[in-house]
Write a new protein. Structure first.
Length: 473
């Protein structure tokens, strides 16, 4: 059974954004530039994600979803195997898609069975040391428009028209009824309270689960364009005037039940075209900026063009907000549909290098078994070029990171840090771990077990861990 593939960014988005992106080309450094890469926090001023021990975290993982089933069958396509295989291939993170329409199909009545199934998924994740982000997912608002997300009872259109676009469904976001539904969600007091209560229910139920990392408050939020307003300007206005207040409301709701876990906030999907966000300050002590990393042309089937400077433009635009707000970055979705095109090996190399410069990690789209966006084929082997996402990395560093790099061509990973007061530094090695050689420079104790390396060092010690692999076979 084929899980629904992710969006083809619509022709409406393409035509509106293209001129803006070209005008913003000055953001991009030369495509053939190869600057020395210091640690992300030193180069960008963006803080890193941390755990309750103060260790610096890096998340590597994938979205896990069941979009095929709903109601009584919701989440049944997700199995323990998903998490066993994530762990076996060296990943530690899952962004779990959940749907408000499944949680609260009737206003004020929450599905105990749906909550139980989320619990079961979290228990599998804990068994395999996977940290989970609960993502309140929506596509084209929700079931009122033939998709998933916001319940039909919370959908208000004022009688405006809606025309489906089955061959280009992202364009449905620009239908008048869909846009008006977002406006009502953001601005109607009773819907604001319902959305906040939904998050309170989730935080009360799962806030203390050991596998839970945090909450992604809404997936790829959109909104209503005004007469004559171009999309980049509309996106910044929606982010500033509607998304920012919504995130602060939802933060208060979550914090009434859970003070510890992270809140992830997303801009509109327009950020994927190198458009800086208009989000304002989220008044919370543990907030993560969680943009998505998709390119219009590649979503429509084009090959990666290194000379176009898209990755560089995206990075320049997406780092401004978290640097200003002093919050970490975790990219919530990324990865093209067609991974067999000639330049896709180069794309994964360039993307992974870029993401490591400024982010605390990422979740690829999507951990499933088959074709399309699936990370794995029917046999559980990586799809073309997606094995390049499985590299050595440090899930947790007990100290201050100075340099954290991976050379894809040489297959050399190197981490340099100054040890903190407490905690263990952890290194994850991808499958075939026996083919990786590990060496340590500095006073440290090293223990290795299969695909995991643990390093203990005294406070203040400067440690360099080098992992070298054999050439690709």
């Amino acid at each position: 059974m084929r899980i629904r593939t992710r969006m083809r960014m619509g022709s409406v988005l393409t035509s509106i954004v293209t001129s803006f992106v070209l005008a913003a080309g000055a953001l991009a450094p030369a495509a053939d530039a190869h600057p020395v890469r210091p640690a992300p926090s030193e180069r960008t001023g963006i803080p890193r994600l941390t755990d309750d021990q103060g260790r610096t975290l890096t998340l590597r993982g994938w979205n896990v979803e069941d979009k095929a089933n709903r109601g009584d069958r919701a989440l049944t396509a997700i199995t323990e195997k998903h998490f066993r295989d994530l762990h076996a291939k060296g990943f530690d993170f899952a962004r779990l898609l959940i749907f408000w329409d499944d949680l609260e199909p009737t206003r004020g009545r929450y599905s105990t069975e749906y909550l139980r199934r989320i619990d079961r998924v979290l228990d599998w994740a804990r068994k395999y040391d996977i940290q989970v982000l609960l993502d309140a997912h929506q596509d084209v608002f929700g079931p009122a428009f033939g998709h998933r997300g916001i319940p039909a009872w919370a959908t208000r259109t004022d009688g405006l028209p809606f025309t489906p676009h089955p061959d280009d469904w992202f364009s449905e976001y620009f239908e008048p009824a869909v846009q008006r539904a977002f406006t009502h969600l953001y601005e109607d007091p009773d819907l604001q309270r319902a959305q906040a209560r939904m998050w309170q229910v989730l935080a009360e139920r799962f806030g203390r689960h050991p596998a839970l990392l945090g909450y992604d408050l809404i997936n790829e939020p959109m909104g209503e364009l005004r007469e004559g307003e171009e999309l980049p300007a509309a996106a910044r206005r929606i982010e500033a005037q509607q998304l920012t207040p919504m995130y602060n409301r939802l933060a208060r709701a979550v914090r009434s039940a859970d003070r510890a876990n992270w809140l992830f906030v997303e801009p509109t999907p327009i950020v994927g075209e190198g458009v800086p966000t208009g989000l304002g300050a989220i008044r919370d002590h543990r907030t993560v900026y969680a943009p998505h990393f998709y390119n219009t042309a590649m979503e429509a089937g084009a090959d990666y063009d290194p000379a176009a400077g898209w990755i560089e433009s995206y990075e320049a635009a997406v780092t401004a907000y978290p640097k200003q707000q002093r919050i970490p970055v975790v990219v919530g979705e990324w990865g093209p549909l067609n991974n067999r095109l000639p330049q896709m090996g180069r794309f994964y190399r360039d993307a992974m290098t870029s993401l490591s410069r400024y982010s605390s990690g990422w979740a690829g789209y999507v951990w499933c078994y088959g074709g399309g966006y699936c990370a794995l084929d029917e046999n559980g082997d990586f799809a073309a070029n997606k094995d390049r996402t499985a590299t050595p990395y440090a899930p947790a560093v007990a100290g201050t990171v100075h340099s954290d790099t991976y050379d894809d061509q040489a297959r050399v990973y190197r981490l340099t840090y100054t040890a903190g007061r407490r905690g263990t530094t952890e290194i994850s090695l991808p499958p075939a771990a026996g083919r990786w050689r590990v060496s340590v420079d500095g006073r440290a104790e090293v223990r290795r077990h299969g695909g995991e390396v643990r390093v203990h060092a005294r406070k203040g010690a400067r440690v360099t861990v080098t992992v070298t692999g054999t050439a690709r076979g």
